[in-house]
Design a protein around this ligand. Structure first.
Ligand code: DON
Length: 307
């Protein structure tokens, strides 16, 4: 298959839509990003990469980090993690408080904000130290991206902290239901740091290889998680990776995927490749509008959905 040509065709087809949607503005630093940017990368199991657009440009990974914190929490806790977290789609916005209240502080899944804050708490419990948790998650991301340069953006971190009212509320609500072990501000702080990491589509498409290959990195040959755990993460990405638009994403794209409010999306083609796309303007549910469109075009043109 001529992947390069397919990517270039997609870049042409999405062009008229780069003006659609809106960049996230509830984190003011994200509102400053030029919305008319686009990048898409594929990484195959032998390390071959295909790119189109602004693939060197770093952007805020935001909720894509939730895939990595869930991976490590599942690795360390295995099935006991489900005492504190569910695996059902929420059908609600990613930062909603209502469901968490009537479901007694147990987040629906690890990909909504409450769920990711909870996974961060589990990791702080495991590592027994908040700063160490940040560093270990970053080290894991550097390893699977095969890139040591990854770091966080201080301006975005500060902006997240200053406007993190809902996340702090979610963490407090979980604490009130005894579903948060550590100090609220400590946990939320580390969650913000992971969201503020910056990467590009080249790096992010590389990070998905362990999920495409039953938990083992096909290039380094390192086993990060078991085959069963990889199946679970992919399943939750398919059913919950795009919040209240997860059904829509599964319907139109047909791949496990995870979005971030910085406009990035990662997706997995099992046994074949990792994909990442970036276009900062979002749809109403907070997922990249053009990014979703590009992935839909990709599975339509290649027939590479999981179905
Ligand atoms: O906590 C937040 O609201 C952001 N740091 C992350 C949310 C996000 O990326 C939602 N994704 N589409």
């Amino acid at each position: 298959m001529n992947y390069q040509k397919i990517l270039e065709d997609i870049a042409e087809e999405i062009k008229p839509h780069l003006k659609d949607g809106h960049v996230a503005d509830y984190i003011p630093a994200l509102a400053k990003v030029d919305p008319e940017q686009f990048a898409m990368s594929l990484t195959l199991f032998d390390g071959t990469q295909y790119h189109v657009g602004d693939t060197e440009t770093l952007f805020s990974i935001q909720s894509i980090s939730k895939v990595f914190t869930f991976t490590l929490a599942l690795k360390f806790y295995n099935n006991s993690i489900y005492k504190r977290i569910g695996v059902e789609p929420s059908g609600n916005p990613f930062n909603s408080l209502v469901q968490l209240e009537y479901e007694n502080g147990k987040p629906r899944n690890p990909f909504i904000n409450a769920g990711a804050i909870n996974m961060t708490d589990a990791l702080v419990k495991h590592y027994k130290n908040a700063e160490l948790t940040y560093k270990e998650v970053l080290n894991f991301i550097k390893e699977i991206a095969d890139d040591n340069s990854i770091s966080l953006n201080d301006v975005i971190l500060k902006s997240e902290k200053e406007h993190g009212y809902r996340n702090i509320a979610l963490a407090n609500l979980m604490k009130s239901f005894n579903n948060l072990d550590n100090d609220v501000s400590e946990v939320v702080d580390i969650y913000f740091k992971h969201c503020s990491l910056e990467m590009n589509t080249k790096m992010l498409s590389r990070t998905m290889l362990y999920l495409a290959n039953h938990g083992e990195d096909p290039i380094s040959k390192k086993t990060h998680i078991s085959q069963r755990q990889a199946k679970r993460i992919n399943s939750v990405m398919l059913t919950c990776g795009h919040y209240d638009a997860s059904g829509d994403f599964a319907f139109n794209v047909g791949l496990p995927g995870k979005s971030g409010v910085g406009g990035g999306i990662v997706a997995v083609v099992p046994k074949l490749m990792g994909i990442s796309v970036w276009a900062p303007a979002l749809n109403e549910q907070g997922n990249s509008l053009v990014g979703t469109m590009a992935l839909e075009l990709f599975t339509t043109k290649t027939g590479l959905s999981i179905f």
